[in-house]
Design a protein around this ligand. Structure first.
Ligand SMILES: [Zn+2]
Length: 452
């Protein structure tokens, strides 16, 4: 079902009067540099709303649009497909006739979703465009917000199961086997509930972190990592193997993440496989780079997220210049710099890199850690020259493989490898951290006071 759109999305938004020509020109430029979709760039810069985009796309595709805030959804029509199908594919039946079913969708070219709905409802689907946020909100209204008591009960059962299996007491093992056969295996349910919870909170990533005595689960929402819950350590093998199985099956198409990192396991969202989605390549490069900057050289993800994310984001530049050329990598870097300057030009706070996740609000986290961070490494590379820069990175890697690093470890590796004094530069970008030369900090603070 491929037909060329008559007008581009940007033009539709301008025609509809919700976007100025000037903002469109800026966003198109930005889109090229940032490897993003136009809609994403516009949303991130708050130039249009999600509803504006959905409405414009509907016009573009010559399809009806529904503003879900307007209408009352009939629960008997909604019941034509099961909750699981509705949630899995982000679809909602709106109206029914003898042989047709109007279905609100975010992505009307999702043939798999249309297929699933048609199979259940036994009617031909007529897609109606809706915005993702409103669609999910409506789904929550219909099916009820998610009860965290469900997770607790399911975790409790899962532990019982794991313990039964470990004890190998035949009668208890039979119960566990029975549950498994009935498709109600508590581990499976626990993992499903955790993933559903992440979807409902609009999490972009799930982090699973094996700790000494538990498996810690955190969601990234609006750029911030939130600790969600700790699972008992004895569930770790079962949960991890369940997620591995799902990742081979359909986790990516089922849930709305960009990527999930877990030592030895990378999950990339299925929607990134859409033809022409430039995000896929960079997301894969990013997640692979975490094998070095996270899996091999570790750090505190909550206390000092810049240590692994900024270097991983910088590695995207290295990927682009290695696979393509310097010119393209430079364009990407310039794009980041423009974006960062634009952000500062809006009066947004230019926070230091070495701060805990909780210090950043909403959009700050992404801007500082994923944009300013790689620009810092680019600046270092500019200053030292590429060869010395890479030597220093090599030293950093070799010194700290299988270790947990602090900011001072980055500084020391770069100074030791190059013989340069980099404290002032680090202070300017990374901020004040233990191990930094106090004289440099004092001098910089005095200069600041003079300026004020
Ligand atoms: Zn990352």
């Amino acid at each position: 079902m491929q037909s060329l759109p008559k007008l581009r999305l940007g033009d539709m938004l301008v025609t509809a009067g919700v976007l100025s020509e000037k903002d469109l020109a800026w966003a198109l430029d930005e889109q090229k540099n940032a490897f993003k979709r136009l809609g994403e760039v516009l949303l991130e810069a708050n130039l249009v709303s999600e509803e504006d985009i959905a409405e414009a796309r509907a016009l573009q595709l010559d399809m009806p649009y529904v503003d879900l805030e307007d209408g009352v959804i009939s629960s008997s029509v909604a019941a034509l497909i099961p909750e699981q199908v509705a949630r899995t594919y982000n679809v909602l039946p709106l109206a029914v006739s003898a042989d047709r079913l109007a279905v609100a969708m975010v992505n009307p070219s999702d043939v798999e979703a249309i297929d699933a709905v048609q199979r259940h409802a036994k009617k031909r689907v007529e897609p109606v465009l809706a915005s993702e946020t409103r669609l999910q909100k409506t789904l929550d209204q219909i099916y009820g917000a998610f009860d965290s008591a469900d997770i607790k009960a399911s975790i409790k059962q899962a532990i019982e199961d794991v313990e039964f299996t470990a004890d190998d007491q035949s009668q208890d093992a039979d119960i566990a086997e029975e549950r498994r056969q009935s498709g109600q295996a508590p581990v499976v349910k626990t993992v499903n509930l955790i993933l559903q919870e992440a979807v409902k909170q609009h999490a972009s990533d799930i982090h699973l972190e094996p700790r000494a005595n538990c498996l810690e689960i955190r969601y990234r929402v609006d750029g911030n990592l939130h600790q969600v819950r700790n699972l008992p350590k004895q569930l770790q093998p079962a949960v991890v193997s369940r997620i591995k199985i799902m990742s081979e099956m359909d986790i990516a198409e089922t849930f709305n993440f960009t990527g999930i990192e877990y030592p030895g396991l990378i999950i990339i969202a299925d929607r990134y496989w859409d033809t022409g989605n430039a995000n896929l390549e960079i997301t894969v490069a990013h997640e692979i780079a975490h094998q070095w900057w996270y899996s091999l050289v570790g750090n505190d993800q909550v206390g000092q997220p810049w240590l692994y994310e900024s270097l991983t984001s910088y590695s995207e530049y290295v990927y682009v210049r290695t696979v393509y050329d310097d010119k393209r990598a430079k364009e990407m870097q310039d794009g980041d710099r423009d974006w960062y300057n634009f952000y500062r030009g809006q009066g947004a706070p230019d926070l230091a890199l070495d701060l805990p996740v909780s210090s950043y609000a909403d959009n700050n986290y992404g801007m500082i850690i994923y944009v300013k961070g790689p620009l810092f490494y680019a600046e270092l590379e500019q200053l030292l020259g590429r060869e010395r820069f890479l030597d220093a990175l090599q030293l950093y890697f070799e010194r700290h493989r299988y270790e947990i690093v602090q900011s001072v470890d980055v500084l020391n590796a770069f100074e030791d490898a190059t013989g340069e004094d980099l404290d002032a530069l680090f202070y300017r970008w990374v901020g004040d951290f233990p191990g930094l030369d106090p004289a440099v900090v004092e001098q910089a603070q005095q200069q600041n006071q003079q300026v004020q």
